[in-house]
Design a binder for this molecule. Structure first.
Ligand code: UD1
Length: 413
């Protein structure tokens, strides 16, 4: 099975095309709803967007003038706030609705605002819209009080054209931050140190269009790796960067699965039985929070007691009640879930509360006895390209139905 381009890189790189003020051709763009919304926003602002093939998009941002993004467009995805950084950089003004995205508890944007202000911008929030303006952006030193992917990306976007040097300290190190920095550099930016916790950005004045290939999605790959293990399968997952998958590979090996790495693929061979383990989610290169629900689904069937600690978000166990409906034995206390392994899960009607929660339910459904109907799969479609098609191609019994057809949407046997 082939992995698509990374959602979290795409949703940063698409807004960044505005800086080019010309033509960018992006390859390996995932066909997911978050990308569709970003493209709608770009079109709304005046960009000429053309799909050259399934995963290649040509975007001409020469005629963009509009610096406001309405609620109806921005509310669907959290990453719409990247337009704030880009528009501030390009036009010294941005007005974007407060971001939406998965409900994972409190998701403040104070660190984003702190960056914009440090660079010399003024901001206000009125009627649900964030507005930022600057006469001039001036390079500065910014220390993040918390490691945050979103604010690191917004700081990169906002600082690339600022006068002089900007230094970001305690920056996030995720692969998609490196990908964005590479993309910006290929357009004319001068960024060093992305992938470490100190990033130096020397403001550049001239940006140009570029051709760029987005990195593969580590979370999509990880999800299929766990699905292969949970179903005791033998699956080769292609178009991946194995280094990005290390925390997942290492945990899969720990519980008993076999993972064989090649240059750009990983093969996962499931075990008959799995051992318990403990996981704490952390910023990269720690175990990714976006893989926590999927791994929980696997651990429901492992021997013994596993402890999952969520180290990033306040509320990332909204899938637990649904897994319980399928027979899982999980208790949650704050940011800690205790999973007692059970002999088997049984299919049940369940609801996807958010994107990765939905992925966890698909994994649970594939490994359960009987039929699982998963509702509200629009969350899953925000971030997984043709998940049911890819899973069917490796032997899963899964179909997607409309609500009108069955009253539920994904049926996993
Ligand atoms: C991004 C990813 C998401 C992933 C998360 C953590 C995208 C589009 N989304 O989300 O899939 O789960 O990283 O790897 O890339 N925080 C603050 N103040 C801020 C910003 C964040 O306190 O201004 C807190 C958050 O509430 C959270 C933590 O910092 O507790 C990390 O959040 P952050 O890394 O920013 O996550 P997102 O960028 O929202």
């Amino acid at each position: 099975m082939n992995i698509s381009g990374a959602k979290n890189a795409a949703v940063a790189i698409l807004p960044a095309t505005i800086l080019a003020g010309g033509v960018c051709v992006l390859e390996n763009v995932p066909q997911i709803n978050d990308v569709t919304i970003d493209l709608q926003i770009l079109r709304h602002m005046g960009a000429d967007v053309r799909l050259l093939d399934k995963s290649t998009i040509r975007i001409d941002t020469k005629h963009i003038k509009n610096t406001a993004i309405p609620y109806e467009l921005a509310r669907h995805i959290r990453a719409s706030y990247y337009f704030l950084g880009v528009l501030l950089s390009k036009f010294n003004h941005a007005k974007v609705s407060m971001p939406g995205g998965c409900d994972l508890g409190d998701r403040p944007i104070d660190q984003h605002i702190k960056c914009f202000k440090s660079l010399g911008a003024e901001y206000s929030i009125e009627h649900g819209m964030v507005e930022i303006t600057a006469d001039k952006l001036i390079g500065t030193q910014i220390y993040f009080d918390k490691v945050t992917v979103g604010a690191t990306i917004n700081a990169l976007l906002a600082a690339v054209k600022a006068d002089g040097l900007t230094i970001l300290e305690n920056a996030a190190k995720e692969p998609h931050i490196v990908d964005l920095a590479n993309f910006l550099n290929s357009m004319g930016a001068d960024i060093m140190g992305a992938g470490t916790d100190v990033i130096k950005i020397r403001g550049a004045k001239t940006f140009r269009g570029t051709d760029y290939t987005i990195i593969p999605d580590q979370i999509e790959a990880g999800t299929y790796m766990v699905a292969a293990a949970a179903t005791k399968g033998d699956v080769t997952i292609k178009n991946v960067i194995p280094k990005h998958l290390e925390p997942i590979t290492s945990k899969l090996r720990k519980v008993g699965a076999k993972v064989i790495e090649d240059d750009d693929s990983v093969r996962v061979i499931g075990a008959q039985e799995y051992e318990r383990t403990n996981i704490k989610t952390m910023p990269h290169p720690g175990f990714p929070t976006d893989m926590q629900p999927q791994f929980a689904a696997l651990l429901t069937l492992a021997r013994g007691t596993s402890i999952l600690t969520e180290g990033i978000f306040d509320n990332r166990f909204r899938y637990v009640d649904e897994l319980r409906r399928m027979g899982a034995d999980i208790s949650v206390d704050g940011k800690v879930a205790v999973i007692e392994g059970v002999e088997r899960l049984t299919g049940a009607p369940v609801k996807a509360a958010d994107l990765r929660a939905g992925a966890a339910l698909i994994i649970a459904g594939l490994s359960a006895q009987g039929v699982t109907n998963i509702e509200e799969i629009q969350h899953i479609e925000r971030g997984y390209e043709e998940m049911e098609v890819k899973l069917r191609a490796i032997g899963a019994d899964i179909v997607k139905r409309t609500v009108a057809e069955v009253g539920a949407i994904a049926k996993v046997v």
